[in-house]
Design a protein around this ligand. Structure first.
Ligand code: GLY
Length: 389
């Protein structure tokens, strides 16, 4: 057991949020370490890579939608920078998304969502069945119409994770293959982190970005412990055999009131997702959820019957009481939180990294740099509402 030499910043968690923070912080001149036994995996690896500020806009979540829209606009630069730094492509695609209604009652629901999108000034256009099938010929003639969402895009999340790992190494980030058990502190400010395998790492600042595990890390005062919970999602990876056609763009569908999405990749792959299961932190894959997903997807895209199933990937989304992320400073000087991104971790990674770097640059991590899109998503909002205690 020893004390690893200190860093300016230790990031707890090497998912897309932690890696993006580490890369951008190192690029801003900081000496950064990331602690994670298996960086780039977890929920980041299981995700589908949708960048969906509009499709993920829900009634009562207007601040989150504003943040998500800002996040969508940040992606082109982030993808360009990451590709330039690594020479890798991350397959950022701007094809838009089609939201499809499986039956007439789903059509009523998509019409309500469309009215909400339009009231918020989001780009969403109602399409009849034929217009949907013209835009996406693989859709079933049994669908009831849909909505074009031209501002919802996608990126290959696994390519992003791989590129971020490369970019971090090149930028001099130290990768520590371990788990953080607690944040160390003295006199009201952080001193570093304690590792599961023994030993500790000194740091002036600690960024808690451990996804659905963020609430379990010791040494975090109750007043700023992020109230995240695991929300399991299972995605399936499929592939179109040679000669079998591929979708042109992401399709989201509502089928008998259940949601699914189909995200085509450049190489003939397709990600089908996802279940939403509040069953603790296990990574089991209940067959019923997968069966529903496959049935709903086949109903809207019948050619899926010819696709091959390659992989079943469970992940744990970090859910929060209001579905919004938790990003900002805490009562413990030097401890920043960047977690709780729930269904929008891939989308929010670039803006979260920018926010954390701005906070690191601000007065001792203690003073938020003014009102920004994260103003409604600070860690102290739950204590103020009594939800975090
Ligand atoms: N972002 C889609 C999901 O969480 O399933």
């Amino acid at each position: 057991m020893g004390v690893t030499p200190g860093h300016d910043v230790v990031v707890v968690g090497g998912g897309i949020i932690g890696l993006a923070v580490a890369w951008r912080a190192a690029g801003a001149g900081r000496d950064v370490a990331v602690v994670d036994p298996d960086p780039g995996r977890g929920a980041t690896w299981a995700a589908a890579g949708m960048l969906a500020p509009v499709a993920e806009a829900h009634f009562g979540e207007e601040s989150l939608t504003a943040l998500n829209v800002a996040a969508g606009r940040a992606w082109p630069d982030f993808a360009r920078d990451l590709e330039a730094a690594t020479g890798r492509t991350v397959h950022f695609r701007r094809d838009g998304t089609l939201l499809v209604a499986g039956d007439p009652s789903d059509r009523t629901a998509t019409d309500r969502v469309l009215a909400f999108h339009q009231a918020m000034g989001l780009a969403a256009v109602r399409l009849g069945r034929s217009a949907c099938r013209e835009a996406e010929p693989l859709l079933s003639p049994r669908i009831s119409g849909g909505v074009d969402l031209p501002d919802d895009h996608q990126v290959d999340n696994r390519a992003v994770a791989t590129a971020l790992l490369d970019a971090c190494r090149t930028a001099g980030v130290t990768m520590i293959p371990d788990r953080v058990t607690r944040v160390g502190s003295a006199g009201g400010r952080v001193t570093g982190v304690v590792l599961a395998e023994g030993g500790s790492v000194g740091a002036a600042s600690v960024v808690l970005a451990a996804g659905s595990r963020s609430g379990e890390v010791g040494g975090v005062p109750d007043s700023c412990r992020p109230p995240v919970r695991p929300v399991r999602g299972v995605t399936l990876r499929l592939r179109a055999p040679d000669g079998v056609p591929c979708l042109r763009r992401t399709v989201r569908a509502l089928v008998h009131g259940r949601s699914c999405y189909l995200v085509p990749r450049d190489d003939g792959g397709l990600v089908l997702g996802a279940t939403v299961e509040e069953r603790g932190d296990g990574l089991e894959v209940p067959l019923g959820g997968v069966a529903d997903l496959v049935e709903d997807a086949r109903r809207v895209v019948p050619v899926l019957d010819e696709y091959s199933l390659l992989e079943v990937s469970p992940g744990l989304r970090p859910g929060t009481p209001d579905n919004g992320p938790i990003v900002g400073p805490t009562d413990l000087v030097g401890l920043l939180v960047a977690t709780g991104h729930y269904r929008n971790g891939i989308l929010l990674a670039p803006v979260t990294a920018a926010e954390v770097v701005a906070l690191l640059d601000s007065d001792d991590c203690g003073t938020p740099p003014g009102l920004g899109p994260f103003a409604a998503f600070r860690p102290d909002r739950f204590a103020a509402r009594g939800a975090g205690s």
